[in-house]
Design a protein around this ligand. Structure first.
Ligand SMILES: [Zn+2]
Length: 286
């Protein structure tokens, strides 16, 4: 699943390429979309804006029409010049939004819907999205409260639950837990307020750092980075490092499937014990 920062960057790039421009043609292989596009044609409308919220990309057109796409595991948006060769197979194409200057092509998006502002507001799942760590108006207190309200949930599961906190994917889940020395299999109710606060603040810091890195005008597959090391091989603390020595203590990194969706979680057994981390212990006792 792409991380929220990848989607945020994709939406930003789409916005820069499309906003203010007239749609000249709209193509889709998705019957549900083509029905709507037939009744309320896209060509002739202007793209007002493209925004990301959690894992969703919303493309707003003039005349109150919104194209909502969800990236899930495999979906992506690309931008091409008219006639330019695509980097994915045409058979993976789901949607093409054409303007005079660029074509925005959605490949393999598993969820794509047209909405008006009103139907979007009433859409289940969309309405229940938790605080988005990349949102300008992000309220950390609200995110902390949201985590603490789900005490029975394991940390690693909660961080991926978009209705609790939106924007994190599987890579940052493990990285955030490591940075805060929290074992991802602990229940949220066992965390001190400092630990919960650390998770929320670190999630935002990591994702923002990966968004503000210059990426030019291309939508690229993002190289997530959480360490400060220049060596590409050393850009993550624990994710994908099963059996390798912890960069902090040398213990071997472990991994295990977690939650009902069996998403793989990486952690250091020594830096992230099942008990309250040392530096938080005093604070919790006071
Ligand atoms: Zn360690």
């Amino acid at each position: 699943m792409p991380e929220g920062d990848t989607i945020f960057r994709a939406a930003r790039t789409l916005h820069r390429a499309l906003a203010g421009h007239l749609v000249t043609e709209f193509e889709t292989v998705l019957p549900k979309l083509s029905r709507v596009a037939f009744d309320s044609p896209l060509s002739g409308r202007t793209v007002d804006k493209v925004v990301a919220l959690g894992k969703w990309v919303r493309m707003h057109f003039s005349g109150d029409l919104i194209l909502l796409t969800h990236m899930l595991m495999s979906g992506s948006w690309h931008i091409y010049r008219p006639g330019e060769k695509w980097q994915r197979r045409p058979i993976d194409m789901r949607i093409v939004v054409k303007t005079e200057r660029v074509w925005a092509v959605a490949f393999n998006v598993p969820v794509a819907e047209f909405h008006t502002l009103d139907t979007l507001r009433r859409r289940p799942g969309f309405r229940s999205l938790g605080p988005d760590v990349l949102a300008a108006e992000f309220d950390s207190a609200q995110a902390i409260a949201s985590l603490r309200a789900n005490g029975e949930m394991e940390v690693g599961v909660a961080l991926l639950t978009q209705s609790i906190i939106a924007g994190l994917g599987n890579v940052f889940k493990s990285e955030v837990c490591f940075a805060c020395q929290v074992n991802p299999f602990r229940r949220l109710s066992t965390l001190s307020i400092e630990e919960t606060t650390c998770l929320v603040n670190t999630a935002r810091t990591f994702l923002l750092a990966n968004v503000t890195e210059a990426s030019g005008d291309q939508i690229v597959t993002l190289m997530h980075r959480t360490t400060d090391r220049s060596n590409v091989e050393e850009r993550l603390w624990v994710y994908g490092r099963r059996g390798k020595p912890c960069r902090r203590c040398g213990a071997l990194i472990e991994s295990r499937k977690q939650g009902s969706e069996a998403r793989i979680t990486f952690w250091c057994p020594r830096c992230q014990p099942m008990t309250l981390a040392k530096e938080f212990r005093n604070a919790a006792a006071s």
